[in-house]
Every structure is written in structure tokens, then in C-alpha cells.
Design a protein around this ligand. Structure first.
Ligand code: AMP
Length: 411
């Protein structure tokens, strides 16, 4: 089946056409036929597009709108010069990345009116993302009225967390009245790489004794503790702000420090939020960049603040990994994924520093060689294995969509 995967922001639409079925999903041979991005570039929108065996395309279109963006995507996908399918009816399903499923959505679902109500009910929890995801859905339904549409949530994988992991130690009625709890995000990525790790270990993912720790390290970053294929803890919380140091987000912070700062600097809620979400993390610490590659290059040239930012990033990650070994009572494999996890040997090496006591260590040559491809970086005979696994959230969205539309169980 050909599945169109959509990831919509308020002024951008990422699309990917993926061919998948039961056998290719099992073998990992499902293929991306084409992918593209339509994004607002200051009043007008620009399309970037690439497809198997075609010249990459860049095109300016009018003002950004989700519906015109979907129409444009379908136009290039079906065009005789640029396209990979003769007609839009070839698309068997549309899979949407939806950021927040709250407590209601514990798995991916076929979208119907009730599901739309549920996504709308979670807008308060993801005010920027869920409305954009719904706009993407409405645009796709208008342009592809016959294709079934599926929602795949960033949060649903973590709905298996037990109360001791998802509750904050606030008065319990804050959870009951306002739903203040930890949700976790990046679930699709953690689920994808944990599935690959189980394959590499030669063990069934749902083996209740299988303990995995997965690190998704991109501009946003989170760690997940997984037992028997189920998330039991993760570092992001009520919002994606909690946990690790990220490109521009501070991660864990004493809330009293923020209250103090708000008083000292006379910051309102919006300014305080921008401080923590947009001006902190690697960017805030280094004063230079949110981008790990830039910081590693600057560190090489002797930039002390770049080194400091990378040190805080790696130290925080190391603490989370160690605490999740404790949460799981041991670990069979640790996975690095995301732009940083997949491509940066020094960050992996520094994050594992001192964890050999817990059975986690990297072989220097294997670590150095693993860049952007699936690889084992632990030494032969290690107590716990360490893998680099390129994540592929779109592929998992396509597979979920195919299985749901085909009425297959066992997501
Ligand atoms: P993502 O959000 O998954 O695309 O990841 C983006 C992050 O990955 C940025 O901080 C990039 O600097 C980082 N990244 C990508 N390639 C490399 C690399 N070769 N070395 C270090 N960091 C990298």
C-alpha cells in the first residue's frame, strides 16, 4: 500500500510517500518513494521535493495554506516529470503525526468525528501543534476524500507509564482537576528504534524480561526506559520542556529558580516560556548556537562556552541513562538515535563516560565509525549492548496506517 505521511506545523507541511505492506514491514524493506516540505518563507511558501530517480525540485508557490500545500504535494507526486504515481487514487491511506493524544489515545487510530473531538479536546495541552495537525487532516480530507486517514500520536507510546513515573508530587487534585501529569513525547521514535533493537538482539520486543533504554537526541531530546516493548518512563513531561538539555530548551529546572527570575526580570508567562523554550539549552549555555555540530567544531578551536554546553548536555544524559538502569533493574541494550545520537561519536562517548560500572561502554573504533548508519558500538562480550539506530518516525506512521486501514491487529 502507498501511504502519504503528513507532519503539519502551523506554517509548514512535511510529506512523504511510503510503500509498505506486512512483509516489507517485517523485513524492513518498505520504501520511501518521494518526500517533500512546503514551508512559509515570509509571506510565500516554498516547496522542496525529492523522489527516487528524479531531479530534486524547489518551487515557490503562493501564501502558505495547508490545503494548497497538500494540493501542491499531490501535483508533484503525480506529475509525469516529477511524480512517482500516475494518479492520487493510488494513495491507500494518509497517516498524520499528531503531537498530543492526552490520556485518551493509547494507540494509533483511524480518524473519525469522535477522534477529531478527542484531538480538539487536547488543544489546551498542545496549543501550537494539535490545531496545525487538525488543519493538515482537514486539508487532506478535502483533497483525498476517499483515502482513510490515521492519527499517530507522539504521546501514545508512553501511556503505559505507571503512576509512579507519570505523577508529579503536587497535590493529587491538580492531576484530577487539570490533568497535570507527565505525558512524554517522541513516542514514535522510541517505539521505532526499540523495535529495531529487539531485532538486533534476536529477542521478541514483548519479552517481559527485555530492558531497553532509547535516547532520541535531536534538536529536541528525550530518553525512554522500555520493558517488554512498553514505555515505563521517559524524560519529557507535561510538555516537551522537561528532561534533557536540548537545542534551545533548558530541560530539568528547579521551578523556584524560574519564579525567582520572573520576579527579578519582571517576566510575564509568555516571556518566561520563551526564555526556557527558545533561549536556553545548548544555545543559552554556549551563547553561540543550538546546533551540536557547530558547537563541536567551536570546541575543537578552543571555545570554552561551547565545551561547557556540550559537557552539561552529556552529563545530564548520563544521569538519565544511569537512573533508567535503576528504574529497569538493569539494561540489555542502549540505543542512540536522532541527529546527534546517530552522528556524533564524541557525544556518545562522553555520555557513556563512567557508565562501565553499569555494564555500558563503547568500543572507541566502533563508536568512531558509526555515523548515520545502524551499528553496534559496544565491544564484543559486553554485558549490555549499545547500538546506533537511525530513527524513522515516518516509516512507523506509514506502517501503523497500513495495519489499521487493512484491519490487521498487533500494533
Ligand atoms: P534532528 O533534530 O534529529 O535533525 O537533529 C539535529 C541535531 O543533530 C543538531 O544539533 C545537529 O547539529 C546534530 N547533528 C547532525 N549531524 C551531526 C554530526 N555529524 N555531528 C554532531 N551533531 C550532528
Amino acid at each position: 500500500m502507498k501511504v502519504l505521511v503528513l507532519n503539519c506545523g502551523s506554517s509548514s507541511l512535511k510529506f512523504q510517500l511510503i510503500e509498505t505492506d506486512e512483509q516489507t514491514a517485517r523485513e524492513g524493506t518498505d520504501r520511501t518513494l518521494a518526500k517533500g516540505l512546503v514551508e512559509d518563507t515570509g509571506g510565500t511558501a516554498t516547496l522542496h521535493y525529492e523522489a527516487e530517480g528524479r531531479k530534486p525540485l524547489r518551487d515557490a508557490i503562493g501564501a502558505f495554506q495547508h490545503k494548497t500545500a497538500v494540493e501542491k504535494a499531490l501535483a508533484v507526486l503525480t506529475d509525469p516529470e516529477t511524480g512517482v504515481i500516475p494518479h492520487k487514487d493510488e494513495i491507500g491511506a494518509v497517516g498524520h503525526r499528531v503531537v498530543h493524544g492526552g490520556e485518551r489515545f493509547k494507540t494509533s487510530v483511524l480518524i473519525d468525528e469522535g477522534v477529531i473531538d478527542g484531538i480538539e479536546a487536547n488543544i489546551a495541552l498542545a496549543p501550537l501543534h494539535n490545531p496545525a495537525n487538525l488543519q493538515g487532516y482537514r486539508a487532506a480530507r478535502a483533497v483525498l476524500p476517499d483515502a482513510p486517514q490515521v492519527a499517530v500520536f507522539d504521546t501514545s507510546f508512553h501511556q503505559t507509564m505507571p503512576p509512579e513515573a507519570y505523577l508529579y508530587a503536587l497535590p493529587y487534585d491538580q492531576y484530577q482537576r487539570f490533568g497535570i501529569r507527565r505525558f512524554g513525547f517522541h513516542g514514535t521514535s522510541h517505539r521505532f528504534v526499540s523495535g529495531r533493537a529487539a531485532v538486533l538482539l534476536g529477542r521478541p520486543l514483548d519479552d517481559p524480561g527485555l530492558r531497553l533504554i532509547t535516547c532520541h537526541l535531536g534538536n529536541g531530546a528525550s530518553v525512554c526506559a522500555i520493558r517488554g516493548g512498553r514505555s515505563v518512563d521517559t524524560s519529557m513531561g507535561f510538555t516537551p520542556l522537561e528532561g534533557l538539555v536540548m537545542g534551545t530548551r533548558c530541560g530539568d529546572l528547579d521551578p523556584a529558580a524560574l519564579l525567582y527570575l520572573m520576579g527579578r526580570e519582571e517576566l510575564g508567562a509568555a516571556e518566561a516560556s520563551a526564555l526556557m523554550n527558545k533561549r536556553s539549552g545548548l544555545l543559552g549555555l554556549s551563547g553561540l548556537s543550538h546546533d551540536m555540530r557547530t558547537l563541536l567544531e567551536a570546541e575543537e578551536k578552543g571555545n570554552d562556552r561551547a565545551r561547557l554546553a556540550i559537557d552539561v548536555f552529556c552529563y545530564r544524559l548520563r544521569k538519565y541513562i544511569a537512573s533508567y538502569v535503576g528504574a529497569l533493574g538493569g539494561v540489555d541494550a542502549l540505543v542512540f538515535a536522532g541527529g546527534i545520537g546517530e552522528n556524533s561519536p564524541p557525544v556518545r562517548e562522553r555520555s557513556l563516560h563512567g557508565l562501565d560500572a553499569l555494564g555500558l561502554t563503547a568500543d572507541p573504533a566502533r563508536n568512531e565509525a558509526a555515523r548515520g548508519t545502524e551499528a553496534e558500538i559496544s565491544p564484543d562480550g559486553a554485558r549490555s549492548r549499545v547500538f546506533v539506530i537511525p530513527t524513522d518516525e515516518e516509516l512507523l506512521i506509514a506502517r501503523d496506517s497500513f495495519r489499521i486501514v487493512s484491519g490487521l491487529s498487533g500494533l
